[in-house]
Each structure stands twice: as structure tokens, then as C-alpha cells.
Design a protein around this ligand. Structure first.
Ligand code: ADP
Length: 258
């Protein structure tokens, strides 16, 4: 057993970030342990996406620390990005697979091709190995029969399932999900959440921003409520989404979903 086996897999400590004069994250701290699913909820503009982007090295932050599996992301100072090669950055991002609201699939590549790209370029897999892994994960999200379809030939729900397969195929330590059902027609939300649920059951560690309160309640180990760039409340779903809530901002936020 390694010395830090009980340390959080993701440890965000006092992270602050401003865009110009606008403070978007104010001393945000949160932990995700191995195998946990943590949901981040909160009003639009509260900094949820920026937080995920900092964890995924898509944004720098001004102060605080972000550690993944005990290793400092070290992406704080503005120059840090320039000092890292694109390949290095891609490898680090693969440790924290991210799935986006808008799918972000490459339109000219098939479902399998989208999954194979990172496996070939970042993980250095052969064409045959990458194809095999892509087929495995497409099967896992119920799309074995769509391997050779282009994104435009898939429904939104299917595209997002490819997006999830693409992220998990890289074997990230943690999966970051940024409002992955927000762009979907309501009837397609369920099939995507079902995939997330089954990955959670398999022990995948996840940090997800979501507006699906019922899903957050069911699937999360803990829920973090953000408001105005700060963590305003955090705790188990029964506590955060319960009926007796002292935190007025949280109460007002949840009232919209009731
Ligand atoms: P949420 O995900 O909770 O809706 P965001 O993290 O997207 O919140 O945004 C938090 C705040 O940061 C918002 O006020 C938004 O306008 C601002 N913001 C986000 N990205 C940028 C950027 N690249 N430049 C300037 N301001 C930004």
C-alpha cells in the first residue's frame, strides 16, 4: 500500500482565480476520494465550469493548489503552460478525462476514430490496439453497432455516449463531467445518465457539474454547492438536498427545481 492510499485522489485547496478584475473562484477547496462521485451544483456564473477547467489544465489559477493523486498540477503561474509541451499537457489532461456539454467530437472522424485518436497520439497505442479499446468502450456505452458512424449520423445522446467512451478509454484517474446532459433533448438525458451511473457502480472516480438534481441525489457520494465563486455548502446528498436547509442561498437555488 502506498503512503498516500487514503489521501484524496483530487485535492483542491484554496484555489482562487480572477478574469481581470472579476473574482471567479474565491479560495475554493474540495476533495474527491478514490471511487467517489462528487456533484457540483449552483447558479449559472458561480464558477463551476472554471473550477473543472482548472482541474483539467484548461485554465491557470492565481493561488492555492490542485493535486491529483498527490501530484501538484503546478499550473498556477501564467508561464507554466508555455513551459509544458503540448504532448505533456495532453498526457496530463488524459489523467482527468473531461466530457463537455457540447460533445466536442471531431465531425470528420467516426465514433471509433474519435476514441482512437487520443489512444494513438497520447497513449502511443497501435492502430489495432486502439481499435480494440475503442470497440470495447463503445460496447460498454451500448454503441457497438455505431463504431463506423460519423457524429452527424448519431443522436445527441449517442454522441455524448461516444464522448464519455472517449474520455474513459484513456483510463483517466478521474472523470470530469461538465453539464453533459444540458444540451440534450429531455428524452435523451436518461440514456446518458445511465452510462454515468454504471461507470460510478464500477468505481470510476468522478467530479461532475450538473443541474440534474434527482440524479445528483441518487448518484453522488457528496454534493458541493457553489455560489459567487465560493463553496457555500458541501455534504452528503440527504443533507444538501434535504428539506431543512439553513443556508438561504442554497434554499433559494433548490426552490427552482421543486
Ligand atoms: P458556471 O459554470 O457556474 O456557470 P463559469 O465558471 O462558467 O460559471 O463562470 C464564472 C464567471 O466567470 C462568470 O461570471 C463568467 O462570465 C466568467 N468567465 C468564465 N470564463 C471567462 C473568460 N474566459 N473570460 C472572462 N470571464 C469569464
Amino acid at each position: 500500500m502506498s503512503a498516500n492510499a487514503n489521501a484524496p485522489l483530487l485535492d483542491v485547496r484554496d484555489v482562487s482565480k480572477a478574469f481581470g478584475t472579476v473574482e471567479v473562484l474565491r479560495a475554493v477547496s474540495l476533495e474527491v476520494k478514490r471511487g467517489e462521485v462528487v456533484s457540483v451544483i449552483g447558479p449559472s456564473g458561480s464558477g463551476k465550469t472554471t473550477l473543472l477547467r482548472c482541474v483539467n489544465f484548461l485554465e491557470s489559477y492565481d493561488s492555492g493548489s490542485i493535486r491529483i493523486d498527490g501530484k501538484e498540477v503546478g499550473y498556477r503561474e501564467a508561464g507554466a503552460r508555455q513551459r509544458r509541451s503540448e504532448r505533456d499537457l495532453a498526457a496530463m489532461r488524459a489523467e482527468t478525462g473531461m466530457v463537455f456539454q457540447s460533445f466536442n467530437l471531431f465531425p470528420h472522424l467516426t465514433a471509433a476514430g474519435n476514441i482512437m485518436l487520443g489512444l494513438r497520439k497520447v497513449r502511443g497505442k497501435s492502430e489495432a490496439e486502439a481499435r480494440k479499446i475503442a470497440e470495447h468502450w463503445l460496447g460498454r456505452v451500448g454503441l457497438a453497432h455505431k463504431a463506423d458512424s460519423l457524429p452527424a449520423e448519431l443522436s445527441g445522446g449517442q454522441q455524448q455516449r461516444v464522448g464519455i467512451a472517449r474520455a474513459v478509454a484513456m483510463e483517466p484517474k478521474i472523470l470530469l463531467l461538465d453539464e453533459i446532459t444540458s444540451a440534450l433533448d429531455p428524452e435523451l438525458v436518461g440514456e446518458v445518465l445511465e452510462v454515468v451511473r454504471s461507470l460510478a457502480e464500477d468505481g470510476m472516480t468522478m467530479l461532475m457539474v450538473t443541474h440534474e438534481m434527482a440524479f445528483a441525489r441518487d448518484a453522488s457520494s457528496r454534493i458541493v454547492f457553489m455560489a459567487d465563486g465560493s463553496v457555500s455548502a458541501a455534504g452528503p446528498p440527504a443533507e444538501i438536498l434535504g428539506t431543512e436547509i439553513d443556508n438561504e442561498r442554497l434554499r433559494n437555488f433548490l426552490a427552482r427545481f421543486r
